[in-house]
Write a protein that binds this ligand. Structure first.
Ligand code: SF4
Length: 323
């Protein structure tokens, strides 16, 4: 499979504020040297606790936020070097679906206008063709023609997310970033939307980056999974490896916390010590060392690199061969 998206050593920091009257040079680390790629037609899940940088990552890829350093190649293009106009054009092929469908939709616009808006913003003027594309995508996302005349408040959460997906797909993008796209929905609706995304992927030849804090959701949709902790990818591999043979202690703790539906199956949960450290003061060495049950002296001094542990399985841990 060819690579569609390549992220090389991307970092993003936000200036910190310490109240109205105090200035500080400190920076909040959102992304710190993030490197990975996504192949055409693949679904890469990105998981981690809130504040780990996964949503910032989605926005930096689309240049809704500017990276401070690193390279991003999309379909062979160095997108960080594109002008604003060139980037606007490139965004036809890179779309995002956000968590809160209600906040993403203008309440004063009818569904037909909402779904057709991206076509008009990208210069399409042929009303007949716009209407044809609106009807085509409406049907694909499982809505009916009569829905097109309604307003967002007349729909359920799941239907509103279908409208957002239709809006994202009407430009026929190559990459769709789903940022907690099912997190605000009831569990039964979550699976409907995940099935829909899977069907549309095959039908339209899409590639997804699926960001979620919920490992069980990511398990159902991803081909590969990247686990983020405090702005870094600490493990990335196939979905089977992540769930059957997690190697990083943080991934192992996350997996152990997934509830098992069968009460007769006993599962030992790994309880992490303490809270996620302040991203204003990233710890020296391995940034996970204060919470890691395996931490040893060198973990406090030396930051582990993301290294290959076995074929296509990358882990950032000094004890990669021992745990
Ligand atoms: Fe734990 Fe050390 Fe591995 Fe970090 S490098 S995850 S502290 S064992």
């Amino acid at each position: 499979m060819n690579t569609l998206l390549k992220i090389e050593n991307v970092s993003k920091y936000f200036p910190a504020s310490e109240g109205v009257f105090f200035k500080t040079n400190k920076k909040v680390t959102a992304l710190d040297g993030v490197t990975f790629d996504i192949k055409k037609g693949e679904i890469l899940g990105i998981v981690g606790e809130s504040g780990c940088g996964k949503s910032t990552l989605g926005r930096v890829i689309l240049r809704l936020l500017e990276a401070d350093s690193g390279k991003i190649y999309f379909d062979g293009k160095d997108i960080l070097s594109l002008s604003k106009t060139e980037m606007r054009e490139a965004r036809r092929d890179m779309q995002i679906v956000f968590q809160d469908p209600f906040a993403s939709l203008n309440p004063r616009m009818r569904v037909a206008e909402l779904i057709g808006e991206p076509l008009r913003l990208h210069g399409m003027k042929d009303v007949h063709e716009i209407n044809r594309r609106i009807e085509e995508i409406t049907e694909l996302v499982g809505l009916d023609k009569y829905h097109l005349k309604k307003y967002p408040h007349e729909f359920s959460g799941g239907q509103r997310q279908r409208i957002c997906i239709a809006r994202a797909l009407i430009l026929k993008p190559k990459l769709v970033i789903c940022d907690e796209a099912v997190s605000a929905l009831d569990v039964s609706i979550q699976s409907q939307i995940i099935n829909l995304l899977n069907d549309l992927k095959d039908e339209l030849g899409l590639t997804y980056m699926f960001i979620s804090h919920d490992l069980s959701v990511v398990k159902h949709i991803s081909d590969r999974v990247g686990v983020m902790y405090l702005g870094k990818i600490v493990e990335i591999t196939s979905v089977e490896n992540i769930f059957n043979e997690p190697r990083h202690p943080y991934t192992q703790a996350l997996i152990s916390a997934i509830p098992v539906p069968d009460p007769s199956i006993k599962k030992e949960r790994i309880i992490l010590k303490g809270d996620v450290p302040d991203p204003l003061n990233i710890p020296m060495g391995c940034r996970f060392h204060m919470r890691c049950i395996h931490s040893e002296e060198r973990c406090e001094r030396v930051e582990p690199e993301l290294k290959i542990s076995k074929k296509e399985h990358f882990v950032a841990c000094h004890l990669i061969d021992e745990i």
